[in-house]
Design a protein around this ligand. Structure first.
Ligand SMILES: [Zn+2]
Length: 120
């Protein structure tokens, strides 16, 4: 149900940006800490997109690795071990997440506007 809410929000964003035109593909970035299952999101996508300009569009999910800033040595970077919030340089535990919680639409592919095309 959580993923369906998110999928619906993505559908709305895509539909707004597409000005009602058909959407072919939507690329979203999902942080590993966003708490979203890509599989569940894919499944919810088809449900949320039905009857909208996104119907039949492909949802492409790009996972974003978690990156943290270390309070001890100042290193910024991805985690040494996935989902263990520690500095990869010195091992100091840190909750200062600088990347990995996001969930946003980064790219839309729209169908060519056939409605305004010249008469054939
Ligand atoms: Zn460090």
């Amino acid at each position: 149900v959580h993923e369906l809410t998110i999928a619906s929000a993505i559908v709305q964003v895509a539909a707004n940006h597409g000005n009602g035109g058909a959407v072919l593909e939507v690329l979203v970035e999902v942080g590993e800490l966003a708490g979203v299952s890509p599989d569940a999101l894919q499944f919810a996508w088809d449900v949320a997109a039905a009857g909208t300009p996104c119907e039949g569009a492909r949802l492409v999910v790009r996972l974003v690795a978690v990156a943290v800033r270390c309070p001890s040595c100042g290193t910024e970077g991805e985690l040494a071990e996935p989902l263990r919030l520690r500095c990869r340089a010195c091992g100091t535990p840190t909750g200062d997440v600088i990347r990995g919680r996001e969930l946003h639409v980064v790219q839309l592919t729209l169908a060519p506007e056939v409605g305004h095309a010249a008469h054939r």
